[in-house]
Design a protein. Structure first.
Length: 426
């Protein structure tokens, strides 16, 4: 039977594989990777783990058992409800009893625990709040200034000059963080007023002003593109993507960057990489409560990824929408996010999203009054209802594990007006 330490090692290994992390000497991940994990954990589980906690977990000689809420937070990255579900799924080594036997022993063990001990454990979890923090909450005594201006109106790279004033905040330290997914956190001079930062990715970014571990102000940065903009990255946390050298990648009626195009731009195609097409702009009167996206997309058959596929992403001001369509047999890797609601293939039946992705896939995401219907080949295969107001639709992205093509893309607002339609005809 696996020990808790065996499970912790396995959990870290699966996280590293999922996010394609590379080690920074020994077993320690790069700081920006750990920052990225902290943000993803908070988004998935609501638990805020400090950077120091994640650093301890990834130390080579780590041999202690973390707080239960920390373990629950870690496995949320892999789509599990909690640590016990993860352990049950990975309970047995070859030749050992199966997970069912382990589950039976687990429940027999806990039924035998005295009720008083269970009550004490419940009180401890509730009073601890399931959250970790190394620093006290800051004291805000007056207005906080945090705003910025782009140095170029459109495109990337794009420097934003931020102005800040934290004189009305009592805190031990202050930080700037570019956005949720560009995880470089920079310490600020509390007596300073200006900090500049380069945005290498298009999108709708929410820059953060942080005092101790608390976000005290946000500023929205909309980095737009002139039409469709392709780029390549080697991992989810690459702060510096590779821009492609060609002027246009439209051929045979489709937007299509080929492997030969990547090699011409010095992309290391022998490594894992993902290709993304961004179209980020202001769309006329298009709110995330009511809109429709129609697309025709395919992955290249030459992809070396064992689980080939693509991800259609709709950017909104507050959250994103996405669906992952994967090769048949890889349905566990699929996922759907509609606003604040996330369904993953690990804990949901997403078998409908396993397709022959090397053939054109007709995809539709239709949202009416915050109810999203997802169709493949004109058949509704999944529905999700979300509750939050996510603001306007501000961009579209298509991501590929390897290379792929977009044959058609259309965005229609809630009034039935087509605000974007690309057929990629030359």
């Amino acid at each position: 039977m696996k020990s808790d330490q065996d499970h912790i090692v396995l959990c870290k290994q699966l996280i590293e594989e999922k996010f394609h992390f590379e080690k920074n000497g020994g077993d320690l991940l790069r700081q920006r990777d750990l920052e990225y994990l902290a943000d993803q954990i908070e988004a998935n589980s609501g638990i805020k783990l400090s950077l120091s906690t994640l650093k301890r977990l990834w130390k080579k000689d780590y041999d202690t058992t973390p707080h239960p809420s920390t373990l629950d937070a870690l496995v949320s990255l892999l789509g599990f409800k909690d640590w016990q579900e993860f352990k049950m799924t990975h309970a047995s080594l070859p030749g050992e009893p199966d997970a069912r036997s382990e589950r039976q022993r687990f429940w027999r063990k806990w039924i035998a625990v005295p009720l008083a001990a269970l009550a004490l454990l419940f009180f401890w979890i509730i009073t601890s709040g399931g959250r970790e923090s190394d620093l006290a909450r800051p004291l805000i005594k007056g207005p906080v200034v945090f705003n910025g201006n782009k140095t170029v109106s459109q495109g990337v790279p794009n420097t934003v000059i931020f102005n800040y004033d934290v004189s009305n905040i009592e805190a031990d330290s202050f930080f700037f963080q570019q956005s949720w997914n560009n995880i470089e956190r920079v310490k600020l001079d509390p007596d300073g007023q200006v900090y500049s930062n380069i945005y290498y990715y298009p999108g709708f970014h929410k820059a953060k002003l942080i005092a101790n571990d608390s976000i005290v102000s946000r500023f929205r940065v909309h980095i737009t593109t002139d039409g469709w903009f392709p780029l390549v990255r080697y991992s989810y946390t690459d702060g510096l993507p590779t821009y492609l050298k060609g002027q246009s990648y439209v051929s045979n009626g489709a937007l299509h960057v080929r492997r030969s195009d990547l090699e011409a731009s010095n992309v290391a195609t022998d490594k894992y990489f993902s290709l993304s097409y961004f179209n980020v702009r202001e769309f006329e009167n298009t709110h995330s409560d009511n809109f429709t996206v129609d697309a025709r997309v395919a992955s290249d058959s030459s992809s070396t990824s064992p689980c080939n596929g693509f991800e259609l992403v709709i950017l909104a001001e507050v959250h994103i929408f996405y669906i992952s369509v994967v090769a048949r047999g890889c349905e566990r890797e699929s996922g759907i996010k509609m606003g604040e609601v996330v369904h993953r293939g690990t804990t949901n039946d997403l078998s409908a999203f396993g397709r022959d992705v090397t053939q054109w896939q007709n995809v539709q995401v239709k949202v009416v009054d915050k109810k999203a219907s997802i169709s493949l080949d004109d058949k509704v295969v999944y529905t999700i209802t979300f509750k939050q107001d996510l603001g306007k639709v501000v961009g579209l992205t298509c991501n590929f594990a390897g290379t792929g093509a977009v044959d058609y893309m259309k965005l229609t607002n809630g009034e039935g007006k087509v605000v974007l339609e690309d057929t990629f005809e030359q």
